[in-house]
Design a protein around this ligand. Structure first.
Ligand code: FAD
Length: 519
């Protein structure tokens, strides 16, 4: 433990050294004299709670935490900072479910976004959209809209994330092939910019700010409300997993399922997972989806076929009372076109809410096993379709072939056309019709494991670089501005211009480490 803490301490001080802290002496003393002084907490308990995140690899304390009651409180704080002789950093924090310190504000003020919704239920449903506070959890947006028989179309796998937190990245999941990421399903935003201005923006009004903020990593302003598109909510879901021992068949079928001709008549949700052999033989004996007998069958499939990995298409078909009689037939028609290992079809019928909130069940299991609040050196990449087999051979069957950490590997394709290139979020530069997301979502249960997984992540990035695989990081993390410049590519110039316009003092979300406060 001592070694672990020592290693963490040196890592954290390195991080803190690169993030420009507050001027010595902390926050300007007249901050606490502001009208909202009672909402500013400077006690150690409050600042400690805002000092780390889900990744548990970075720690840096703010000087204070703002518990805003209204968006105007946030605007006042920002204006106070920008009018100070030395502006201080301000970072909105949703659930703090980033993994590399993106929501931290070393030496500045963290805005606890969840406080916004405490007194007031900020979810208002209309006929085809919902107005949700940026602080709202997606699970609450779902519950609020379901009471009207409606729901947003695009989801992340896990719903205990805030609206502002996922819209600052993209918000991807198995519906993205049809509806695009969550950022492609927003009509309008309320934003408090880095100059303290409160702006309502949309594709028709202040559109530079609208597109900047969607996928904008918190760099241009704070989302306090999002108007999100709704569709009629299905009642039930046929949840399916299909096993493959051959990556070529697996990717060919995934691409068929997300293709235009197949998608309307096929699944409503398409994702995929990879289980390296050791996960099947040495991992949990059963999971919330697979019984012990299923896992044993899958493990024998792996050993019989000699495959170093088993791949699963995870898919879902939505239905309700009127379509229920046809769901078996519809599923059969779709399955008849696919090349999974015969007999390796696993299905479950669940409600729509149970399906969308499925990771909550995993969370409960992981929490009870004590492996939820541990370091998460996650790496998410967008890989051009043309290089996914090279990635599979070099990374999944090569670099990751070693020990068997707790966690998950996701791999599924999305349609590039569903991503609006005006937004800040980036996709692979090749602009092929399809790209894959690969999530190496692994947890470290010891210092050695954390170090090993971090090294493996570096090797994965070096492999892509060496092999000329033009991937992009999703939920990106770079330690120097050069990395960010390469990440944004042709968008970089525009991003610096938007930054100069909407956050000229570079105070917003410093934990992303894109811009430094000017000295
Ligand atoms: P935070 O971590 O609090 O903040 C993230 C960044 O956004 C910070 O820079 C912060 O300053 C900024 N920010 C926060 N709120 C606002 C706001 N209102 N306005 C502007 N900027 C803001 N992502 C997917 O796309 N798909 C998934 O399926 C998925 N599954 C996940 C499962 C788990 C278990 C976890 C831990 C994460 C998952 N993620 C997924 C990643 C997740 O979407 C991002 O980490 C997201 O940022 C977390 O939201 P949050 O509310 O915790 O944001």
């Amino acid at each position: 433990l001592a070694a672990f803490l020592l290693c963490m301490a040196s890592f954290l001080s390195a991080v803190a050294g690169q993030l420009r802290p507050m001027p010595a002496g902390g926050l300007p003393s007249d901050l606490v004299a502001l009208g909202m002084a009672s909402k500013i907490q400077t006690d150690r308990n409050s600042t400690a709670r805002a000092s780390s995140d889900f990744g548990r690899m970075v720690e840096a304390a703010p000087e204070a935490v703002l518990q805003p009651a209204t968006a105007a409180d946030i605007a006042e704080l920002i204006r106070f900072s920008t009018s100070s002789p030395v502006p201080f950093p301000v970072s909105p924090r949703g659930q703090g479910h980033s993994v590399r310190g993106q929501s931290l504000a070393p030496g500045g003020v963290v805005v606890d976004m969840r406080a916004l919704g405490r007194g007031d239920h900020r979810i208002n449903v209309s006929a085809d959209y919902v107005d949700a506070g940026g602080e709202q959890l997606w699970v609450d947006v779902l519950r609020g809209t379901l009471t009207h028989g409606l729901a947003p179309c695009a989801w992340t796998d896990y719903l205990r994330l805030t609206v502002g937190g996922t819209l600052s990245n993209a918000g991807i999941g198995g519906q993205a092939f049809r509806h695009g990421p969550q950022i492609a399903n927003v009509h309008e935003l309320d934003v408090v910019t880095g100059t303290g201005e409160m702006v309502t923006c949309s594709p028709h009004k202040r559109k530079d700010l609208f597109f900047a903020v969607l996928g904008g990593l918190g760099q241009f302003g704070i989302i306090t409300r999002a108007r999100i598109a709704l569709e009629p909510a299905p009642k039930q879901v046929r949840w399916v997993r299909l096993a493959y021992s051959d990556v070529v068949a697996f990717t060919r079928d995934q691409e068929l399922l997300i293709s235009k001709q197949a998608s309307e008549a096929g699944f409503d949700y398409v994702e995929g997972q990879v289980q390296l052999n050791r996960t099947l033989t040495e991992g949990p004996k059963s999971t919330p989806f697979f019984s012990e007998a299923d896992i044993n069958r899958l493990a024998s499939l792996a050993s019989e076929t000699g495959s170093r990995a088993i791949y699963f298409i995870e898919a879902a078909m939505y239905y309700d009372e009127t379509t229920a009689p046809y769901v078996d037939q519809k599923l059969e028609t779709v399955l008849a076109q696919l090349s999974f290992v015969p007999g390796f079809v696993f299905t479950k019928d669940v409600t729509y809410l149970q399906f969308l909130d499925r990771v909550r069940v995993e969370e409960v299991v992981l929490r009870s096993a004590g492996v939820w609040d541990v370091p998460h050196p996650w790496l998410n990449l967008f890989i051009p379709r043309s290089r996914i087999l090279d990635f599979d051979a070099g990374v999944l069957k090569g670099i990751l072939g070693g020990d068997n950490p707790v966690g998950l590997i996701l791999m599924y394709p999305m349609n590039t056309a569903k991503w609006n290139s005006q937004m800040t979020a980036v996709t692979p530069p090749t602009r092929e019709d399809v790209f894959y997301t690969v999530g190496l979502l692994r947890s470290a249960l010891s210092t050695n494991e954390l170090e090993r997984l971090q090294r493996e992540n570096q090797s994965v990035l070096a492999f892509c670089d060496k092999e000329g695989i033009e991937c992009k990081q999703y939920l990106p993390h770079y330690t120097c501005q050069d990395g960010w410049r390469r990440h944004f590519g042709p968008k970089w110039r525009k991003i610096t211009q938007l930054k100069a316009k909407y956050d000229p003092h570079a105070i917003m979300s410093p934990g992303q480490r894109i811009f430094q406060l000017p000295s």
